[in-house]
Write a protein that binds this ligand. Structure first.
Ligand SMILES: C[S@@+](CC[C@H](N)C(=O)[O-])C[C@H]1O[C@@H](n2cnc3c(N)ncnc32)[C@H](O)[C@@H]1O
Length: 379
């Protein structure tokens, strides 16, 4: 780790301070964009070291290969709906280290070699360091920066834990009105919160979706979500979009159970509310407003095929096969036991299984296709 002893990036702090001194307090979303994506010192821009066991947080692809294998089954069904195109592309936005693509490619080879031979992966990430790791992990993939992604691919655009990393504006209700939390400099030059009248982008979304409805409530909105969804949709000539992330419909996201909002910092597998600390050294993330994504999908002319919880999506796509074992001699083998525990991590209803939702959209597909992953295995 190259930060100072107090765990922050001094040059990045200085750039943020200079911006505030020049133009006044900045919306939290601007601060979050710099903290995560500053080209030299941003948390993600610096590469893949922050994800996984030795980093700050896990994603589904750190929990073994089962997530990717289940997604491969879903892609295989989509391929049939699309009439087995000569090339079926999985275009992954925010692909990070490429771990999911690796598991999808390997899983599809075991599932159906003919499909695997037509399956191509395009991995898109904003971070040069992540793209380098993705090239290493998936040498057969095309790895692109977002601005290079100008394809008209047929297949499925995928985003896992991407929308939660979008910069958010923070809103609070004070004296019956919405105020926005900006980032300012305190008397000693440290970063402090400053409540100011909200920006138009933030107040428009907060009003539309009912963020921070009661006195003292806090909530976040992500004005960047429509453009990001448009780039996923725009990457496809025809096909599906699968978005996996933690989040909720607006009424629950901004409901009584979440009165302090959902913004959190992650550092070494510990969540904290110290979102102005360890600038560039910790992840910042907020739950996704799935109602906003559905609204935007409709506005883009897409079909909302449905949304479900991660446990249902993975179970409907066969993840419990990991528990089938014909050979009793293999039941207690440590690697099998560990693989099954990792599957449990992904589907446990008290954990990732229900915190994560899966939204599935279609573009240019009539009649509306039915997909196994959206069927409810509990009914
Ligand atoms: C939380 S990580 C998830 C990585 C991977 N999907 C996984 O599940 O392991 C978010 C990733 O999205 C990338 N990212 C953030 N904003 C992006 C954008 N607008 N376009 C493409 N990638 C982006 C980051 O660089 C980072 O690699």
């Amino acid at each position: 780790m190259n930060g100072s002893a107090s765990g922050r990036r001094p040059a990045l702090l200085e750039r943020i301070g200079a911006e505030i001194r020049a133009a006044g307090p900045i919306p939290f979303a601007r601060f979050m964009d710099l903290a995560l994506h500053d080209p030299d010192d941003g948390y993600y821009a610096r590469g893949p070291g922050r994800l996984g066991t030795a980093g700050d947080f896990f994603t589904a692809s750190d929990a073994g290969t089962a997530f990717g294998e289940s997604l491969a089954r879903q892609l295989l069904e989509m391929d049939v709906v699309l009439g087995n195109p000569p090339v079926f592309s999985m275009v992954e936005f925010g692909a990070g280290r490429g771990l999911l693509a690796r598991d999808v490619l390997d899983g599809s080879r075991a599932l159906d070699p003919a499909f695997a031979a037509r399956l191509a992966c395009v991995l898109i990430d904003r971070s040069p360091g992540m793209r380098e790791a993705a090239r290493r992990n998936v040498p057969e993939a095309e790895v692109l920066a977002p601005e290079e992604a100008r394809g008209a691919w047929t297949g499925c655009a995928v985003a896992v834990e991407l929308f939660d990393a979008l910069p958010v504006h923070r809103l609070r209700r004070r004296g019956g009105r919405l105020v926005e939390v900006f980032v300012d400099l305190g008397a000693d030059g440290s970063l402090v919160e400053r409540e100011l009248p909200p920006t138009d982008a933030a107040s428009g979304l907060a009003t539309r979706y009912g963020a921070a409805p009661r006195e003292g409530d806090e909530g976040e909105v992500a004005p960047g979500a429509p453009a990001l969804l448009a780039s996923l949709a725009g990457a496809l000539s025809r096909g599906f979009v699968v978005i996996v992330d933690y989040g909720d419909r607006a009424k629950d996201l901004y409901g009584p159970a979440r009165r302090r909002g959902t913004l959190l910092a992650y550092h070494r597998h510990t969540a904290s509310e110290e979102v102005l600390a360890r600038v560039g050294e910790q992840d910042l993330t907020a739950h996704v407003n799935f109602t906003q994504l559905e609204d935007e999908a409709l506005r883009l002319g897409m079909t909302v095929l449905g949304s479900t919880t991660q446990d249902r999506f993975l179970i409907a796509n066969g993840i419990l096969r990991a528990f089938e074992e014909d050979d009793p001699a293999a039941w207690g083998r440590p690697e099998r036991v560990r693989a099954r525990l990792r599957v449990l991590q992904l589907i446990h209803p008290a954990g990732m299984g229900r915190t994560f939702r899966v939204l599935v959209l279609a573009k240019g597909l009539e009649p509306r296709p039915l997909l196994a992953g959206l069927s409810d295995p509990f009914r």
